[in-house]
Design a protein around this ligand. Structure first.
Ligand SMILES: [Zn+2]
Ligand SMILES: [Zn+2]
Length: 278
């Protein structure tokens, strides 16, 4: 694939994300009044809308500066758009209006987290990362903003739902020792910590060291004896818990200088590999 084709892929993805930013902004703007019965939800919707608006502008001007076509894809059809359609009390699941709105937007925000992850990855292949205002930096910032907005919904959702069910005259009928034993429904908090726990405990915890996922055949590390599947644990004796600590350690080396890299192999064996800096 030529660099031009790779850049077209980047522009296409940016245009797609731009259309989604616009659709999310519109959808959140359409809901901000209707969720006013739950002020915390309204505040969360308002904050997310501000973000989407700013991100739309930032993405549009970055795409334009890069010579990409700003033809915003129409998200009138398609899976995500139907989620983002304005939720009316009549089409909310079981009449649970505010929690349905939050649920749908959570899905949209997670969709954007993945989309910006894709942009981060493909822009690394299409551009020298030393370009001014690299696209991957924008992708990082927007991804984080949507991850934050999604987490905010996770924290709110169970409380909103419990409140809505009570408003609808559906009190908790649980026979647990709190609800029936001491007369307080503490299961509301349980619903929330269940979701938070399921998400956090199943999230990939960063393993110690940096796994070599793709070793370029015939290139420097390969010739020095590194193997795919090795885990880099230290560079010149300094531990590298993640790739973010590793990269700066390589910077000071001049071309041709040896870099000592400690790796852990399958079965826990350690090896030291000396790579000549390219
Ligand atoms: Zn209970
Ligand atoms: Zn209860």
């Amino acid at each position: 694939m030529t660099v031009d084709q790779q850049r077209r892929t980047v522009h296409q993805l940016m245009a797609e994300l731009l259309g989604l930013e616009a659709a999310i902004e519109r959808s959140l703007a359409g809901q901000r009044e209707t969720v006013r019965s739950y002020p915390e939800a309204q505040a969360a919707i308002e904050r997310a809308r501000d973000k989407a608006e700013r991100q739309y502008e930032a993405l549009r001007s970055r795409l334009q500066r890069d010579g990409g076509e700003v033809a915003v894809a129409d998200h009138g059809a398609g899976g995500l758009a139907s989620l983002l359609g304005v939720v009316e009390p009549s089409n909310a699941t079981g009449g649970l209006f505010v929690s349905t709105i939050l649920w749908h937007h959570y899905t949209a925000f997670q969709h954007m987290v993945m989309g910006y992850g894709m942009l981060w990855c493909v822009s690394h292949r299409a551009y020298d990362v030393r370009q001014d205002e690299p696209i991957f930096r924008l992708a990082e910032a927007h991804q984080r903003a949507y991850a934050e907005a999604a987490q905010e919904i996770v924290r709110l959702h169970a409380d909103v739902l419990a409140w809505e069910l009570s408003e609808e005259g559906q009190p908790c009928r649980c026979l647990c020792p709190t609800c029936s034993g001491i007369g307080i429904c503490l299961c509301i908090g349980g619903g929330r910590s269940l979701t938070v726990g399921a998400l956090n405990e199943t999230a990939n915890s960063e393993e110690r060291g940096v796994l070599v996922r793709q070793l370029r055949k015939g290139d420097l590390a390969d010739r020095a004896g590194m193997r795919q599947g090795d885990v880099i644990v230290a560079v010149d004796g300094q531990e590298v818990p993640t790739v973010w600590e590793l990269t700066p350690l390589l910077e000071p080396f001049q071309a041709g200088e040896p870099i000592k890299v400690q790796v852990e192999r399958e079965g826990g064996a350690r090896a030291e590999i000396t790579i000549q800096r390219g």
